[in-house]
Design a binder for this molecule. Structure first.
Ligand code: SF4
Length: 75
């Protein structure tokens, strides 16, 4: 998963899901404080604080990011 291009907030799918690289800047009312890609079940940690997300094939999302499809990782 090294060197995947970072998902841009301007990517149409990213926009549709309200993805932001900095979860604290999410304006969507669905965001719950503390929820980030890092604790989402679709995220795999990768280099540099970014990693693949199952919802965005071929792209790396920020561990500190967030989108409306966030689902808390099961313990
Ligand atoms: Fe981040 Fe989860 Fe949304 Fe993927 S599905 S962008 S890991 S919050």
């Amino acid at each position: 998963a090294a060197d995947l291009p970072h998902l841009a907030e301007t990517d149409p799918t990213a926009k549709a899901l309200g993805y932001v690289e900095d979860a604290s800047k999410a304006t969507d009312p669905k965001r719950v404080a503390g929820d980030t890609c890092a604790n989402c079940q679709f995220f795999t940690n990768g280099p540099g604080g970014f990693g693949p997300c199952q919802l965005f094939p071929g792209k790396a999302v920020s561990a500190k990011g967030w989108c409306v499809s966030h689902a808390t990782k099961k313990a």
